[in-house]
Design a protein around this ligand. Structure first.
Ligand SMILES: C[S@@+](CC[C@H](N)C(=O)[O-])C[C@H]1O[C@@H](n2cnc3c(N)ncnc32)[C@H](O)[C@@H]1O
Length: 293
């Protein structure tokens, strides 16, 4: 079995760890409650191929309330589920984000998109998290910006359910549907921050993803079409009708996709810009609608 490599917080690709995070929802406190010895849990996880067995054992023991629950969580993790889906939450931009099975686990690198959005947002912004998944991006933006309005949308009902929990503390509204079709028409021309972390894995590369993603995150959250940019192109083409003047669309891509993504923004009439974080291995394309706010 290939190593299960989720946890510690050092991984830019997979978030986790309870330390320092605040809860936007009423998640259980991180207090060890299970009687199962840490060494036994860690040994079981290590035997299943978990690289960070001790750290994972601590998280599982902090989540489970009984020995039976501990055994069940260890069984699920050993079966290859992402740690965040096993314990039910992920750390993202200092928040505890509720994560359910079959919902995309927010990645640490996406915190860079949040930071780029926050840096350029006006006061009392109208914020939309399109393709919201768990709603982690919307929750983090609302936490940082105190927006006038927060909307999130996703095509997947499981993601919408999860996002509702995560944006509820910020009075966010979550809509179901295909991209902009999901949004209330009253948002047209009014969006200041349009965060769209769309699926961007090229179809031919989905099979190369780690098993945790390939087997336990929905294909609709990963597959971005032949060059990975199908969904981004659709978002980009419609974005100018929804953005306020001076409003920005922000989307994560790979480094390789960035030139084509920037070209799509330019063609749509947005002023394109690239932002890169070496530390988080993150590439974000930003398109601004010309004109004054
Ligand atoms: C890569 S995940 C990102 C989730 C979240 N924004 C995050 O950063 O954690 C992409 C999300 O886009 C959603 N999605 C894919 N196609 C969509 C569409 N046509 N309309 C709305 N949502 C879509 C998927 O259901 C998935 O939740």
């Amino acid at each position: 079995m290939p190593p299960l490599s989720s946890p510690p917080p050092s991984s830019a690709d997979v978030p986790s760890s309870p330390d320092g995070s605040r809860s936007p929802s009423s998640l259980p406190p991180v207090v060890p409650a299970s009687p199962a010895p840490r060494a036994d849990v860690a040994a079981a996880l290590r035997a299943a191929g978990c690289v960070f067995a001790e750290d994972e054992a601590d998280l599982i023991l902090a989540t489970a309330r009984t020995a039976d629950e501990t055994a069940e969580l260890v069984r699920r993790r050993a079966a290859g589920l992402p740690l965040e889906q096993v314990v039910g939450w992920a750390r993202f931009h200092g928040l505890r984000i509720s994560v359910e099975p079959d919902v995309f686990v927010p990645r640490r690198r996406t915190e860079f998109l949040v930071e780029q959005a926050v840096a350029a947002a006006p006061e009392r912004a109208v914020v939309v998290d399109l393709c919201c998944g768990s709603g982690a991006v919307g929750a983090a933006l609302a936490d940082a910006l105190d927006p006038a309005e927060l909307h999130a949308a996703d095509i997947d009902p499981a993601a919408v359910r999860c996002a509702r929990r995560n944006v509820a503390p910020f009075a966010g509204q979550v809509h179901t549907g295909d991209l902009f079709d999901a949004l209330p028409p009253a948002l047209r021309g009014r969006i200041d921050v349009l965060a769209a972390n769309v699926p961007y894995v090229p179809t031919g590369e989905v099979g190369l993803l780690p098993a945790e993603a390939r087997d336990h995150e929905p294909l609709v959250a990963l597959d971005g079409g032949s060059d990975g940019l199908d969904v981004l192109r659709r978002v980009t083409a419609d974005a100018p009708r929804w953005l306020a003047r001076g409003g920005r669309l922000l989307s994560e891509t790979s480094e390789r996709q960035a030139p084509a993504a920037l070209e799509a923004l330019r063609r749509a009439g947005l002023h394109p810009r690239l932002a890169v974080s070496e530390e988080l291995h993150a590439t974000v394309v930003i398109g601004e609608l010309p004109g004054r706010r």
